[in-house]
Each structure stands twice: as C-alpha cells, then as structure tokens.
Design a protein around this ligand. Structure first.
Ligand code: SF4
Length: 917
C-alpha cells in the first residue's frame, strides 16, 4: 500500500459524513488520529461545526488514536473469548513495565555494575518500544556490547512476562494487529486517517491489515492555509518568548475567538520559563500568587511532575517522615506546608516547632522528636502519637498493603488539609490516589517489600507521572514540536528556530545498532535523517495557520546565533523585534500615576515606661544601622537558625562565659586563686568547663555529640588555664560582680533578668560580664570576648560595641575597662584605664592614640556619654532609617537584607557583601 496514494477528503466533508451516520456500538466511520491532542482538536472543531449548523445535540463521533482503537476492538471480542475458555493475559501497565525493566537490569548487576541503573532501565524500555514501533525482530544484530546487553535484558524481560502470565503493551499491540490480519477482530467499514505524515512501520502494518480486511481507508487532508509568513529575530531566547507572549496577548485582545498557537520545539527543557513569561504576560494576577493555582487563558501541553505539585510533595514528605525521617530542611518545609493538619492555620503553629528544632540544632527529624517538640500543643501531640503508633513495626508487606497503610497515615496526619481544594488541587488528589492504586499492583512483580522500598517506588511513580490539570477549553495553545501535527490555527508563532536547535542534532539510541537505525530512518538516527524529519515538520507549520511567525534569538549568552537553514527564505526578510521586557503588570503600575515618595525613616517612638529588649546591643545596633536596631529590638525580627554540625561561635562564647562565672563565683578573689596548687586549679577549671558544656548539651544536644563534647572540653580547659595564668599575674583584685549579680550570691538563677536601668530616657536591662574591685578601691569592668577581634570603641563617634562605655557611665568608681580575649591564639587583656598598672594590655588613656586628646579620664567619660546619648536620642525619637554605618561591612553579619532592600538600594549583588573586608 502506498500511503500517499490513499484517497483524501477535507475536513468539511469528513464532518458532513460524521454527522450523517456512523456512531454507536459499532460505528461505520472511524477517524484515527496521530495523537490524542489531534483527536481532542477534531472533537472541538466538530462541535463548533455542529453549532454553526444550528445543532445543539449530536452523537459523539468516533475519533481516537490507533492504540485506543485496537484496545476497543479487543474489548469487544473479550466476552466471547472468555466464554470460549481462551486465556487472556492481563496487560502490564506502563508503570509495571518500567518496574520490570528496573528489575531485569538490577538482576544483571553482578555481571557489570552500572552507575545509573534507573537510566539504563529507562533506555532499555525505550529501545524495546522502538523495536516494536519499527518492527525490528529481537534479538538485534549484536554490533556492540551495549546492544548485546540489551538483547540479554529483553530476553529476561520476556521470561518475566511469561512467569507472571502478563503481556507487555507493545507485544499486545502486535498481537492485535495479527488478529486484524487474520480477520478475528470486527473492523468498521470506513476509516479516515488524520495527522499521519510519515507513519511508523507498526502503523503502516495496521493500515495495511485494515485495508486487507476490507476497510475503506482515506486520509484527511492536512490544513493547507496559504500563510503569510514573517520572520523575527529577538535579542535573547528570553525576550523571544516574551515577544511571542505579547504577540499572543495582542491577537487575543483584538479577536478573542481566534485560535492561536505558540510552538516551542524544546518545550520540555523550557517549561518553567514558558510558564513564567506567559503567566506574567497573559494572566499577571495569577503570576503574583505564590502557588500559581488557577485557570489560565492558555493551555500548556506539557505538565509538571506530579511529585512537584505542592500537595503531592507534602504527601511524599509526610510518608518519608513516617518511614525514615527527614533532614532538617525537608522537615522545615513540611512543618510550614499548608496541605495537612486539622485546621487552616495549623501550619502557623507548626512554624514554632520548626523554629525550635532549628534552635536545638537537629539535623535529622523523626516522629518521636516531633512528639517531644510539641509537648505544649495537645492536639498536635495526639496526632504525632497516633502516627507513631501506626508506623511502628514496619516489616515487609505486599505493595498493596503499603498503599493502604500510606493512605491511612496520610489521613491521620490530616492530609490534604482543612481548607477547601480548588479544581487543580482536587485533580492532584485524584492523581495521587491513582498512584497509590498503581503501587498496589506491583505485588506480582516485586513481592513483599519494606516500607522504604514501597516509598521509593511511590516517589518514583510521582516523578514519572506528568500532571496536567483539566481546564476549560481555551483558544491559546503552547505546544512542543510534534504536537501541532494536523492542528490548525488562525495564527501561529514558532520560537527557537536558530541553527543550533533546529533541526535537532542526531542522537542515535545506544541499544540499537546505528546502521539499523539509519536503515529504518529513526528520526534521530543521523544528522541527515533528523534534517529530513525537521523539514517535514517545518513544512507542516507553514500550512497550519493563515499567519505564521518564525523566530530565533540572536544571542545565547555571548554566542551569536544564526537562523535555522530550514527557514532560510523567510529569515532573509526578517525584522528585528523590540521587546517590552517588563511584564504588563509592572507597566500598568508605572502608568498609574506619579511616583510618590513616602519618607519612612521614623518609626513611632518607643514607650518610655517599657524596657526595650536587647540591652547594650540596642545602642550598638543603632550605631551600625538605625533600621537594624528597630527591626531587631523593637519588632523582634530574628533570623531562623540553620542547624549544622558542632557548636556555633555563639555557643562557644556562652560556654566560656558560664565556665568563668562558675569559677569566679567559687574563687571570689585573686588571693584564693593564688593559694591553689596547680592540680587544684586544674580540677576547678575542669569542673567549671564540664558544667558549662553539660548545660549546652542539655539545651542543644545535637550540636554537642559525645566526641565533640570531649574535644571541646579539652580545648576549653587549655584556654582557661592560660587565662588564669594572666589573672594570677595581675595586681591584687576581688571579683565584685558577675553577670549582673553580686559575686557572693551562692547559686545564681541560670538566666536571671538583670534589673533595668535608665539611660538618657531609655529603659534598658544590662548585664556586665564582670566587675573587679581593685587594690585602690576603684573598679575595673571586664567584658569577655571569644570571637574575632574588632576595633575597640574608644573613639568611634557611633560606637558599635558600646557595652564597656555604658557600664563605665552607669557604675560608680570605674577607672578601667577591658576586653578579656579568650580565643585560640589570643588570650589577653585589651583595655583602657585612668592610670597605669591595672594589668598587661590595659593602657593608660593618655598613652592611647585614640584617647590621648581627652585631657582627663572624666573628660573621656563625658565624650562617651555624649556619643551614647546621641544614639539613645535617635532611639527615643524612633529613628529607623536604612543607613548602615558602612554599607557592605555593616550589612555583612545582618540578616535583614530582604526587609531593608539594601542590596537593591546600593546595587550590591547577593554574596558580594559577604566578601567585604
Ligand atoms: S542589612 Fe544593612 S542596611 Fe539592612 S538592616 Fe542590616 S545593617 Fe541595615
């Protein structure tokens, strides 16, 4: 049979014939379409045709794909065959077939270990399908080790099918065609073929069998518009897509009934970009929604992976939590997800659990841990308990049992949540249930499996399943290269026709001999075959609309691109398209009126009677940046912790502070220290360090596992020993005050609130680390430092480290201030005093370059008072402008970039400020 010689008819004639007869149980006129999309398209066009002819109801015409047609023929004869006692083997679903291929590949693991078994199984399944499509007999000529391996796998696959008493879909299709050839299946009198430009060999055989069975075969003429074709070159691929979207929007505005198409040949790779740009251009209200749910005015043929749909992503995370636990980042996402729980706002309560598990530093999160963290929330606690009880004692079970148990676990967790589902979410839930049903069918292939194996299978299914929610019919379609076959539009734009992407490069299949692929003309077998195939497709685009635009990007990053040679004639007349790179919503906002500036440098002044949290850090942050002080201390904005391995710098600081406090509460003065023999001192240091580390281990056990606990204890003992040597060598002193309480207080509350003090109209709670009484009765204020060295605040104007200065002003008789640096490589005092001789590292103010101009210690105190009162005055007035003292440097350790927009304001790229000196 010469396919091209078949009689043809056009669409109107086809619709007239469909209207005049042929539907019901065995319609005599059937239309076979090259794709399900074309079948859908013909149904829609037929409905429009009927409506044009004044009909309101009509029988559904028989328009379907060849695969659906064959299955239907088989279903018709099934009852008779069952009655006749024939054994009808059930057909493997696509998922079962894939699983079987995975198993077959895994079984040969010992012969040749593969890095990517799943990919090998996918390629083997693809080669199997190609062999059936092109009617290549198996085993294939063994031209390479890869082909030999595929031959072995396909033999094993067949044996498994026999053992399972199942049949593969491709083999069933071949058997059904044989039955048509033998006249064992009832066939219609008349079949019209639509969209088959160059039928695959299996289709050719089917059409031949139908013709031999007496079917009158005809071809539907493809759309043949005498199109106006123009070519457009855009600066970049992104702008090319935007130009196409704007062109569609404009056409749809002028003619809402027009059928518009946009073809993106590599749509699967560019799906996210297409979705973003078309949403921004055609439905900006939807683009602004975080979940982007809702009906779109356009149809994108390629769906997303079901596993990436928020609701299903949450279900998978919940199951994973039950089966093996989650890492902290996954757990954080799950806790804040809105798709589970007993009430709509439960995720807000769960966000607090997220905060706590981050603060405690848990790297791995499981159900018992969540139970512990939820002690204050009875409802949530009860749910975790119930889940724990259900998930205990996993063992092995049939995948069908796992599917049921997974459903129950999700129900207990309150999935899919308490809020009403929209249409897309409802369809996602249905797709998920279908997935569980599919998992339930795997028992025959894999037998009893563990919960984690069942979870892995389910997750794989969700990754493979493409989810495309049904939407009402629309007139704008975005399609891949092949999907436009047989369709017609009023106007069509084809993007991406540059010389690198169109025609696509040849990429022969590794499991089929290359020579064989070339001989049967598989589309990617060679550059020549790919070119021929692309020529046919391009020619089809030229005829499927009255107006056609071909476009390509001029540049790909820094590489210049030329138009595809397949549009050579059109490209010679190309026009450069200027593109509005701003989304219409932004343009509309910009058109709304004049720019209005709202100065917001001042927040409401703080309540004078109330203590502002933050202590001396409030003044320090005000010095660094007024907005930082306002957001941190008045709004209470804090960055969430990110759990990591080992103690954080702040933990190390807290441990040193606590150990020294314990030590000095015990010793009280230097005389007692000097009286200790070395072994006694070592023992006291050891006890203080142990107590401080145990306190940290209780607070954040995950950050101090036993090995690190031991190492940290050794490190701290050595450091404190060095420090006590310095304390021994100082002139005589008594420790008078520790962390805000008198040194003689026997057992301090671990976190007592220090009393509030008033400074320049602000109420603050401050807590000096330590105050020593010196031999002459004056006082030395000490601040322990365990982090990186920073410039001292002696002459700063806006002191970022104001604590020592403030203590000097608020405490009486202070004649010296010092940082006690206790860090690896730096164990020393650094300070300033009214006179010499306090301790090594504490200089007389008149010897210090920054302070020698003060004239006297009292004058220096007066200068510091002025500086701190200025900062306090700003806070009292609510000054909260975004004015970092040193842009970049001040912002480096600040977590408020997203709130203050400093990067946008100063044009700092993300990460750039982190490298600032
Ligand atoms: S990031 Fe910089 S500008 Fe923004 S609040 Fe922090 S310190 Fe101020």
């Amino acid at each position: 049979m010469m396919f091209d010689d078949l009689p043809t008819l056009d669409r109107d004639a086809l619709f007239s014939q469909l209207a005049s007869g042929g539907s019901g149980v065995m319609p005599q006129l059937v239309v076979l379409c090259a794709s399900a999309r074309l079948a859908q398209h013909l149904h829609e066009r037929y409905a429009a045709w009927q409506a044009q002819h004044g009909c309101t109801v009509w029988p559904t015409p028989d328009v379907l794909t060849p695969e659906a047609f064959l299955r239907r023929l088989a279903e018709r004869v099934r009852p008779c065959r069952v009655l006749a006692g024939q054994v009808l083997l059930p057909v493997l679903s696509a998922a079962e077939s894939e699983l079987l291929w995975q198993r077959v590949v895994a079984e040969t693991r010992h012969e040749a270990p593969l890095l990517r078994e799943a990919e090998a199984a996918r390629l083997a399944a693809e080669a199997w399908q190609l062999c059936h499509d092109y009617r290549l007999p198996l085993p294939l000529p063994a031209s390479s080790p890869d082909v030999e391996r595929f031959n072995a796998w396909s033999g094993a696959y067949r044996q498994h099918c026999v053992r399972l008493q199942r049949i593969d879909a491709a083999e069933e299709r071949a058997q059904l065609i044989e039955q048509v050839e033998r006249g064992e299946l009832p066939v219609p009198a008349d079949i019209v073929l639509a969209g088959f430009d160059d039928p695959l060999p299996w289709l050719y055989r089917l059409f031949e069998a139908l013709r031999a069975a007496g079917v009158h075969l005809r071809r539907l003429n493809p759309p043949a518009h005498a199109a106006q074709i123009q070519a457009v070159v855009a600066p970049t691929a992104d702008q090319e897509l935007r130009a196409a979207a704007q062109w569609v929007a404009e056409r749809a505005r002028t003619d809402p009934q027009a059928r518009l198409g946009v073809i993106v040949p590599d749509l699967d790779a560019r799906r996210a970009d297409v979705l973003r740009i078309f949403d921004e251009t055609l439905c900006p209200a939807l683009a602004a929604l975080p979940a982007r749910h809702g009906e779109r005015p356009y149809n994108l043929t390629l769906g997303a992976q079901l596993a990436d749909i928020g609701l299903v992503h949450t279900a998978l995370a919940l199951l994973r939590l039950c089966v093996e636990g989650l890492d902290w980042a996954q757990a954080s996402m799950l806790l804040c997800a809105p798709y589970w729980g007993a009430s709509e706002d439960e995720h807000l309560r769960r966000a607090d659990i997220d905060r706590r598990l981050r603060e405690q530093g848990h790297l791995h999160v499981d159900l018992p841990l969540l139970q512990q963290l939820t002690l204050h929330d009875e409802a949530l606690q009860a749910r975790w308990q119930q889940l724990c009880a259900r998930c205990r004692a996993h063992g092995k079970a049939d995948p069908g049992d796992w599917a049921e148990r997974f459903s129950v676990w999700l129900e207990v967790a309150g999935w899919p949540g308490a809020r009403p589902l929209d249409s897309a979410e409802y369809q996602a839930v249905q797709a998920w249930r279908e997935l569980l049903r599919t998992l339930g069918t795997f028992g025959g292939i894999v037998g009893a499996i563990s919960a984690s194996e069942a979870y892995v299978q389910l997750e794989h299914l969700a990754r493979q399943r493409v989810f495309q929610p049904q939407t009402p019919p629309v007139n704008i379609h975005v399609l891949g290269a092949l999907e436009a076959r047989g369709l017609d539009f009023d106007a069509l734009w084809v993007v991406g026709l540059d010389d690198e992407r169109w025609p696509a490069q040849g990429r022969p299949h590794p499991f089929i001999p290359f020579e064989l692929q070339r001989r049967v003309r598989m589309p990617r077998a060679s550059a020549a075959v790919a070119l021929h195939w692309a020529e046919r497709v391009t020619q089809g685009w030229r005829c499927c609309a009255r107006e056609v635009v071909f476009s390509w990007p001029a540049m790909d990053e820094d590489r210049a691109l030329a138009p595809s040679p397949l549009i050579h004639a059109e490209a010679a007349q190309a026009t450069a398209r200027s593109v509005d790179i701003f989304a219409p919503a932004w343009r509309a906002a910009a058109r709304c009126g004049r720019e209005v500036h709202l100065p917001d440098a001042y927040a409401p002044p703080p309540d004078k009677a109330r203590v502002i949290p933050g202590g001396t850090r409030l003044l320090g942050d005000q010095a660094r940046c007024p907005f930082r002080a306002f957001a941190t201390h008045r709004l209470g904005v804090r960055a969430l912790e990110e759990p990591g391995y080992g103690p954080k710098p702040i933990d190390r600081g807290v441990v040193v502070h606590r150990a020294l406090e314990t030590l000095w509460r015990d010793l009280r003065d230097q005389a007692t220290l000097l009286a200790l023999v070395p072994s006694e001192l070592d023992a006291r240091i050891g006890a203080a360090v142990d107590e401080a580390l145990e306190h940290l281990a209780r607070q954040a056990p995950q950050r101090l596992p036993p090995m690190l606990h031991r190492l940290e204890a050794e490190r701290l003992r050595a450091l404190l020993k060095q420090w006590m040597k310095i304390e021994r060598e100082r002139p005589m002193f008594t420790v008078e005050q520790l962390e805000g309480a008198a040194a003689e207080t026997p057992s301090p509350d671990p976190d007592p609130d220090p009393p509030s003090v008033s400074f320049a109209g602000l109420r603050l709670r401050i807590r000096p680390d330590r105050i020593d009484r010196l031999k002459d009765g004056s006082r030395l204020v000490i601040d322990y430092k365990t982090g990186a060295r920073r410039p001292p605040p002696w002459h700063d104007g806006r002191p970022e480290e104001p604590q020592l200065l403030l203590y000097a002003l608020l405490e009486s008789g202070v004649t010296a201030l010092a940082y006690a640096r206790i860090a690896a490589g730096a164990v020393e005092f650094e300070g300033l005093a009214a006179d010499h001789g306090i301790a090594p590292g504490i200089s007389r103010y008149s010897d210090c370059r920054d302070t020698r101009d003060a004239g006297s210690w009292d004058a220096l105190l007066g200068r510091w008072r002025g500086e701190l009162e200025n900062l306090a005055d700003e806070i009292r007035r609510g000054h909260a402008s975004v004015t970092p003292k040193h842009p970049r440097q001040s912002c480096r350790d600040c977590h408020l970039h997203a709130a203050c927009r400093i990067r946008e304001r100063f044009g700092i790229a993300v990460g750039e400020d982190e490298d600032a000196p």
